[in-house]
Design a protein. Structure first.
Length: 533
């Protein structure tokens, strides 16, 4: 096996076949990249990216296509800029955009850089109903699709709102900055055919090619390896590997055994022990633990014995990612292995896109909140925002300062850009025994008299410092509001016995209520040395 790195790609060969993935250290654009010259494969990648709601790049090595794409991108930028700066009836804006690029620059760019096509998909709003009895409280959220529409206030701001300001923050995904402890648990019994085992090992080299594997703390990951058949074997401990090259060379030496059955439960026991041994005296206690299973699902497979242990590990905070190699003769076992995985982290091996799926799962596992904070999620989709009901009851101004303090100087009163998040926060209060109905709580919206608009709070140092309400299509005022006679700050308030909630104005310094804080999650781009609060 030959392995080398350049500024664009990490490349190696295995059995005379080139294996190549993008070098993330040279491209930190937080997107996924898969190299292909196959149109069918590209279409498949685009569909999966759309379903996951993430940005995904399909890279091709094509100089001619690169020139066309660069010119198209420049034209798109000019068109979007012109549309965003379109003047209103009472205003005139003049925008000059000069774009210069030489023929030599185009040729150089096309020759040296992979061309990319970016895709993004965002979930939109929903509708709410809350029903309750004396013993239970539950919600039903019915998804619908909405679009972002601009509105006009009495006096327009000088800056046109950017639609992306109103998207919920995504979890960052820079593979070179992953900070995880990962134990790979791989089936090498006779039930995993040799060619399938080779594919699994090659895929693991692809997945970790961009990951900084070493010992210590910070933006780096450690990897251990367990194989299992009738019995499990702890091949490589978490403290063993100090580089990707060492990791890849060692795992490619794993061979199929003569075991006629496989015992995943024992494999998980070995992984559990490996995590315990790899963290003496609380070392790396801020790091997420991930189990990455590669399992063959064949006629004699059964995984029900492993499920109680897997459930216990998930409850303790570990994430379990499962890649199933389906031999297509045991659908019952396929359902059993699915239940082993953390929800949303189950994949059936398909060669063209499993690399991107597993890398996405690792980034998602590395996106989490400190203790006492709740991550904002929609089904299995996790966002890079953490929420917390603040301690005590304060007026709006005091609550703003309290969120800053408990959010490690980066917290703020929460933004609410969608019906789903409105529902999510409302349920936090409904399900909190410390808060009694009727529910009313401070959110991060207030009226700015200088700009004649309502503005959303943002973390300190953000650009923009605050986000205008007028650029968002979502607003949910109670009847009779907005009304500045009630005050310049905004609360969410229950307005019926059916647990219906809406916004209303309150005085910023005289109304003492609970409040909801928000801060960014820990992720690949936001290392959290302390996760206690």
């Amino acid at each position: 096996m030959a392995l080398y790195t350049d500024e664009n790609f990490i490349t190696w060969t295995y059995e005379n076949e080139p294996q190549r993935v993008r070098n993330d250290s040279a491209h930190s654009d937080h997107t996924y990249c898969y190299i292909t010259d196959n149109p069918d494969e590209q279409n498949e990648q685009e569909k999966r990216a759309s379903r996951r709601g993430v940005v995904y790049e399909v890279c091709k090595w094509s100089s001619g296509f690169g020139v066309v794409l660069i010119i198209s991108a420049i034209a798109a930028v000019v068109l979007v800029a012109a549309l965003l700066e379109k003047p209103s009836d009472n205003e005139v804006h003049t925008t000059a955009i000069n774009v210069e690029i030489t023929t030599s620059e185009l040729q150089s760019t096309a020759a040296m850089t992979p061309t990319t096509t970016s895709h993004a998909s965002i979930s939109a709003a929903g509708s709410t109903s809350f029903t309750t009895t004396s013993k239970t409280k539950r919600t039903t959220i019915l998804p619908v699709t909405t679009s972002i529409e601009s509105t006009t206030s009495r006096r327009r701001l000088s800056t046109t709102p950017n639609p992306r300001w109103y998207y919920e923050k995504e979890c960052a995904c820079t593979p070179s900055k992953l900070w995880l402890d990962v134990v790979i648990v791989i089936d090498n019994s006779l039930g995993m055919p040799k060619e399938e085992l080779d594919k699994a090992l090659t895929n693991l080299c692809k997945v970790f090619a961009q990951v900084t594997i070493t010992q210590g703390e910070g933006h780096q990951s450690r990897v251990g390896v367990v194989t299992y058949g009738i019995k499990a074997d702890a091949r490589h401990n978490l403290t063993e590997f100090n580089s990707f090259h060492e990791f890849c060379n060692r795992i490619m030496k794993i061979r199929q055994t003569n075991a006629t059955s496989s015992n995943l439960k024992e494999g998980l026991e070995k992984a559990k022990q490996m995590f315990r041994d790899g963290r003496p005296s609380g070392f790396r206690k801020n790091v997420k633990e991930v189990i990455l299973i590669h399992a063959s699902v064949y006629k004699q497979s059964h995984f029900e014995d492993a499920k109680p242990l897997a459930d216990q590990m998930k409850i303790s905070g570990k994430e379990i990612v499962v890649v199933a190699f389906d031999q297509r003769d045991n659908p019952r076992a396929l359902m059993q292995i699915r239940e082993i995985a953390t929800e949303g982290f189950y994949y059936i091996y398909e060669e063209y896109y499993i690399f991107g799926d597993v890398q996405h799962a690792l980034c998602t596992a590395n996106c989490f909140c400190r203790k006492k904070w709740l991550q904002y999620t929609l089904d299995t989709l996790r966002f890079g925002s953490c929420l917390r009901i603040g301690p005590g009851q304060f007026n709006w101004e005091q609550a703003k300062r309290a969120c800053l303090r408990i959010g490690h100087e980066s917290g703020h009163l929460a933004t609410v850009f969608s019906k789903e998040k409105h529902n999510f926060i409302a349920l936090m209060f409904i399900n909190d025994s410390r808060v009694e109905s009727p529910y009313i709580y401070h959110i991060g919206l207030s009226y700015d008299t200088k700009q004649s608009d309502y503005l959303w709070e943002q973390p300190v140092g953000s650009d923009p410092a605050k986000i205008p309400l007028r650029g968002s299509s979502f607003r949910i005022w109670n009847r009779g509001y907005p009304s500045l006679s009630g005050g310049n700050c905004v609360d969410t308030a229950q307005y019926s016995t059916k647990f219906e909630f809406g916004w209303q104005n309150i005085h910023c310094r005289y109304v003492y209520k609970p409040y909801i804080c928000q801060m960014n999650s820990c992720d690949t781009d936001n290392y959290c040395a302390n996760i206690e609060e």
